[in-house]
Write a protein that binds this ligand. Structure first.
Ligand code: HEC
Ligand code: HEC
Length: 501
């Protein structure tokens, strides 16, 4: 009798053991499937590899794990690498919705929604609007190339209007919205046509090199709802680049307040401050971080606001059409659906928001180039980074886990700065006319590749990066003065550095 046979359990227990093993296997497989389908993907990482990010020179990783090395013509519209398929699908659905051109409501079918949030009947545009798709202004998720010549219709750019309210504040002109909708559905007059004229103002660097800045003058032709009052303040806004939006949302409020606090001691008098805005859903006072005057607090609010203000699309956050009391043709225009119908459904709002949150940040290029490195040192030496803060860490609470705890290089503090009267427009929430949010500079060097132009600042008045810097005044005047005083090769090195972002 061999020892092996001697140690075997009796036949009945053997069946029991087998049963238990099978049960454990089935339980394990079920648990694993449940974990993969319900929980694991929430980390934001798929089954692929991030080795190319883990082994990259940290200097190129502007968006941490949200950096993309995409080399094509759409550098601003890429998803983060190695997303789990659940997020990848939402990104793709959101991308579809972002590019979706909408048409006017037929007044018949309520807009129905396919799985994934894409509209089967893309209706609900207007009655008043500026463009028929998010992607019409944010072309390839960057600023659309606009002809922007006197008399040509504005594209990707719209006018905002204010008049003094007689009580020391400002309001929209009577009969009009604070944003001029230059387009409308059939039978409804548009609010007017924004027209720009340019004045060239020459200047020179101390070393004699000359430049010329084009100063915009705006006016409204063919006002559709009565004469516009005297004292009208006009300002144009251009669609920003959208990479890294989720990371900006994931920065803690405390971090932004810390930046503002630290600037109280700034030797140049840089004194950024947050724009406190009201969350449209909770009513809470929160720090605005999106849009050019940081007037929107979250990507969800920004998305609903953009759909409503720029495209005339209602959503759960803005359920009523935007027609004003005097705009009777607008009020009478066909609407889709009945009680509770909104042009954008909750699901679509969510898919669009996730799309924006997962947009990756382009990796930097040429970081080993000596000129780029010299430019980077100069950027710090002349204190551009007082506002364009190079390094931040995202907080630990964003609902998308992947966005948490990332070391990022946005080159922004998301705070408002007084940029002097030359750039002044109209006020917005807490932001004064001359105050603008420091725009993130990540990806700026790819604007030409993506959008075929190199126009910068809130209304694209600067025709290149040098002009953008020359417009800096107010809190940025000392930095500008130091830039002016650099030698010609040093100025070029600084620009080369910006182009590497
Ligand atoms: C008519 C052109 C236009 C359309 C259409 C448009 N946008 Fe925008 N978008 C802008 C402009 C201009 C701004 C800056 C607005 C401001 O400063 O108030 C902006 C700002 C944004 C921002 C904030 C960017 C930042 O840097 O903080 C996001 C995000 C955004 N839009 C997403 C969308 C989405 C999503 C849609 C579609 C639902 C959309 N936009 C439709 C022109 C447009
Ligand atoms: C006081 C804060 C501050 C300082 C200092 C500062 N900037 Fe800016 N920068 C801003 C703000 C705010 C804007 C947006 C102004 C606007 O759009 O009208 C801006 C815009 C820009 C833009 C255009 C970005 C875009 O997306 O259109 C560039 C480029 C830029 N800054 C580079 C620099 C450089 C280089 C320096 C140093 C010489 C510098 N900035 C110093 C606050 C600052």
């Amino acid at each position: 009798m061999s020892t092996t046979t001697a140690n075997l359990p009796p036949p009945r227990s053997r069946w029991l053991l087998l049963g238990l093993v099978m049960l454990a296997l089935a339980g394990g497989t079920y648990g694993w499937t449940l974990w993969k389908s319900e929980y694991a993907w929430r980390s934001g990482y798929g089954d692929g590899s991030l080795a190319h990010i883990r082994t990259a020179n940290p200097a190129v990783l502007s968006g941490g794990d949200m950096t993309t090395f995409h080399k094509g013509y759409k550098p601003f519209g890429q998803p983060a690498d190695n997303l789990p398929w659940q997020y990848a699908k939402r990104f793709e659905d959101g991308d579809g919705l972002f590019e979706q051109p909408y048409r006017a409501a037929s007044g018949r079918d309520p807009t129905t929604v396919k799985a994934g949030g894409v509209a089967t009947t893309p209706e609900g545009l207007g009655p008043l609007y500026n463009a028929n798709a998010c992607g019409a202004c944010h072309f390839r998720d960057g600023p659309v190339e606009t002809p922007y010549q006197t008399g040509e219709p504005m594209k990707g750019i719209f006018l905002r209007l204010s008049v003094p309210d007689g009580k020391g504040g400002y309001m929209a002109p009577p009969g009009y919205h604070a944003q001029l909708r230059d387009k409308s559905v059939a039978g409804v007059p548009p609010e007017g046509m924004g027209v720009i004229t340019w004045d060239e103002v020459p200047g020179a660097f101390p070393d004699g090199e000359s430049f010329s800045l084009r100063h915009p003058r705006y006016r409204v032709d063919n006002p559709g709802y009565g004469p516009l009052p005297a004292g009208l303040i006009l300002e144009a806004r251009s669609a920003p680049r959208l990479p890294g939006m989720g990371l900006l949302e994931a920065i803690d409020t405390a971090t932004l307040l810390g930046l503002a606090k630290a600037q109280e001691l700034d030797p140049d008098g840089v004194s950024g401050r947050p724009n406190w805005v009201t969350d449209p859903e909770t009513g809470a006072r929160v720090i605005g971080r999106f849009s050019l005057k940081a007037n929107e607090a979250s990507l969800r609010a920004q998305t609903a606001g953009a759909a409503f203000n720029d495209m005339g699309m209602t959503s759960p956050i803005h359920p009523r059409e935007l027609c004003l009391p005097g705009q009777t043709a607008c009020t009478g225009a066909p609407k889709n659906g009945g009680q509770g119908h909104t042009d954008l459904k909750e699901e679509q709002l969510q898919v669009l928001t996730t799309y924006l949150q997962l947009l990756a940040v382009p990796a930097r290029r040429n970081v080993d180039d000596a000129r780029v490195q010299r430019g980077e040192r100069l950027f710090a030496d002349i204190r551009c980074n007082a506002c364009h803060v190079d390094t931040l860490k995202t907080g630990g609470t964003h609902p998308i886990t992947r966005l948490r705890g990332q070391i990022i290089h946005p080159y922004s503090d998301l705070l408002l700065h007084d940029m002097g009267p030359g750039l002044a427009g109209r006020p917005d929430n807490d932001a004064g006319p001359a105050e603008w949010r420091t725009p993130p500079l990540w990806g700026i060097g790819l604007t030409q590749r993506s959008n075929h132009h190199s126009a910068f600042l809130h209304d694209q008045r600067a025709r290149n990066l040098t002009e953008a810097i020359l417009w800096h005044e107010g809190e940025a005047a000392p930095a500008r003065a130091r830039f002016m005083g650099l030698s010609r090769p040093d100025r070029a090195a600084l620009i080369t550095f910006l182009e590497s972002l």
